[in-house]
Design a protein around this ligand. Structure first.
Ligand SMILES: NC(=O)c1ccc[n+]([C@@H]2O[C@H](COP(=O)([O-])OP(=O)(O)OC[C@H]3O[C@@H](n4cnc5c(N)ncnc54)[C@H](O)[C@@H]3O)[C@@H](O)[C@H]2O)c1
Length: 268
């Protein structure tokens, strides 16, 4: 679906990849509904949009609470008249710790935002997307959805759940006007650790060099490009592309490679 003249809702648009998505979509001529629980972040996105902000609306809300979402849809319809696209991008990581040591509340939080937040958004928006002649949904996963990252096991599980949810939705919507894509960014230079309320792991200088990161703007460009081309999978960054190939050839070898990079960060 070409994004120009379309109305696209983006979650997590108050920071990082979500803000870059909102700005890129505006530049391409779309109308954008920005959704985030971070009100200051949304304000910053609006400021950065400058004169393009006339095509933007901001909606401060927590997507992990189902009861907020019918009001959200009505607000967007009131402002823009219709909804043509949805990018489920909001997400958090878990504290860097093991399955044994993580607190149950941290597991629930990551599942409630990453998985159930996506489910609630889909349930609220699908009835409005289905009657459109053309519409598109993108769910933002992670390289961690297909290759295991020790210390981020529940984050990975939440994203793997979103991956299969998205692929199932793609199959279900095959004969409708709705295209469905799933995006797998590798490491991206955002402040997700801070926004997730997580203490960053101590990385040695040599490790920092190994974790070369892609910019959120490049990720946004790749996601919108994938949306316009109706891509099934969108792998973003050389780490994600390369790991996808390696994982298909030899999953255990790929998992061991990641394990070696992460093992020093975790205390068992
Ligand atoms: N940064 C990376 O390295 C990376 C890699 C792969 C995938 N991703 C995924 O990309 C997406 C965006 O991440 P980012 O790096 O831009 O992070 P970010 O922290 O910069 O942005 C995430 C945004 O989501 C919002 N958010 C979190 N919980 C929310 C909730 N319950 N309701 C509404 N908004 C909420 C935050 O306020 C924040 O503005 C996430 O789903 C993340 O898992 C990130």
């Amino acid at each position: 679906m070409r994004v120009a003249q379309k109305t696209i809702a983006v979650t997590g648009a108050g920071n990082g990849i979500g803000r870059a998505l909102a700005l890129h979509l505006l530049e391409k001529g779309a109308r954008v509904a920005c959704i985030d629980k971070d009100e200051d972040g949304l304000h910053k996105t609006e400021m950065e949009a400058g004169s393009l902000a006339v095509r933007l609306s901001c909606h401060a809300l927590d997507i992990s609470h189902n009861e907020n979402l019918s009001g959200l849809v009505n607000q967007i319809l009131h402002k823009h008249g219709c909804i043509d696209g949805l990018i489920n991008n909001a997400g958090v990581i878990q504290p860097f710790t093991t399955v044994k040591n993580i607190d149950m509340r941290d597991i629930e939080r990551v599942m409630n935002i990453n998985f159930y937040g996506t489910v609630f958004m889909l349930k609220a928006f699908l009835p409005h997307l289905l009657p459109r002649k053309e519409a598109h949904i993108v769910n933002v996963c992670s390289m961690g959805a297909f290759v295991p990252v020790p210390g981020q096991v529940f984050y990975g599980a939440s994203k793997a759940a979103v991956k299969l949810l998205t692929e199932g939705l793609h199959s279900e919507l095959k004969n409708t006007g709705i295209g469905v894509s799933v995006a797998f960014p590798g490491a991206v230079a955002t402040e997700i650790t801070l926004h997730s309320g997580v203490t960053p792991p101590e990385l040695s200088q040599s490790n920092i060099k190994k974790y070369a990161m892609i910019s959120p703007e490049k990720v946004a460009e790749a996601i919108v490009n994938g949306m316009e081309k109706d891509a099934y999978h969108i792998f973003i960054g050389s780490d994600s592309k390369w790991m996808n190939t390696l994982y298909r050839i030899n999953p255990e070898f790929a998992a061991n490679m990641i394990q070696r990079k992460m093992r020093d960060l975790l205390k068992y």
